[in-house]
Design a protein around this ligand. Structure first.
Ligand SMILES: C[S@@+](CC[C@H](N)C(=O)[O-])C[C@H]1O[C@@H](n2cnc3c(N)ncnc32)[C@H](O)[C@@H]1O
Length: 216
């Protein structure tokens, strides 16, 4: 049986171990230059104080790059406290910046339920780990609860041709139509494209990037 098919598998422990065992810049999902994410965020044409929420952020370089661009109202989340500690340590020169750190489970949220009026929800390589109907429903219910009218949702997941596993866990592959179906008719697909990401090891990972806007 695969790791994550074991009932009550401890995902929090799994992800904490991943960040404790391996330096962030050697992890299979480390992206030094998150070009597609920055491109899509910039296409949203947001004011610099827009509320940008990063689901399952890990220790992503994206946050420092957004701070460099002047975004000042960033909320980051991860199930792994160790990932957020590492991210915080990487941001010491931005002490005064508005970054809020929330350790919580996107598929069983508590603190995250307090979020509201999110202008952009950004997820790279997180949703695809939620393989059960129950986990996926909880995740999309949370998006629908916290995103404001006219707010944006950026989802970047392994595409249908993409890898079937990551970090030793099974993944659930997507295309834009599947993401649209999950978000429902209140969200309009503005843009989507496939993108090949090169891992630190040189391996290739096929993603679908999507940008949606809440219209209702
Ligand atoms: C493959 S990594 C991607 C990290 C980051 N988004 C990036 O692009 O570098 C997946 C991340 O999702 C986090 N994660 C997994 N399950 C989660 C959950 N249920 N709630 C919140 N975060 C979760 C993991 O701890 C990990 O940091």
């Amino acid at each position: 049986m695969e790791d994550n098919l074991v009932p009550n598998y401890d995902f929090e422990k799994h992800w904490n171990n991943a960040y404790q065992k391996t330096p962030a810049d050697s992890l299979g999902w480390y992206e030094e230059d998150p070009i597609p994410s920055l491109q899509l965020i910039s296409e949203c044409n947001l004011p610099k104080d827009a509320l940008i929420f990063n689901a399952g952020v890990g220790a992503a370089t994206l946050i420092e790059l957004l701070l460099n661009k002047g975004y000042s109202n960033i909320v980051v989340n991860d199930i792994a406290a160790s990932a957020l500690t590492e991210l915080k340590n990487n941001l010491t020169e931005y002490k005064n910046a508005e970054v809020k750190f929330i350790v919580d489970d996107l598929t069983n949220p508590s603190e995250l339920l307090k979020l509201k009026n999110v202008d952009v929800w950004h997820d790279r390589a997180v949703l695809h780990f939620f393989t059960t109907e129950e986990q996926q429903k909880a995740y999309f219910d949370l998006i629908k609860k916290v995103i404001r009218l006219k707010g944006y949702v950026i989802l970047a997941e392994f595409n249908l041709e993409g890898a079937k596993k990551c970090s030793g866990l099974d993944v659930f592959n997507y295309n834009e139509a599947m993401l649209q179906e999950r978000l429902g008719t209140d969200f309009k697909l503005l843009k989507s494209f496939n993108y090949t990401y090169t891992q630190p090891s040189g391996g290739l990972r096929e993603y679908v990037y999507t940008l949606f806007q809440r219209t209702v």
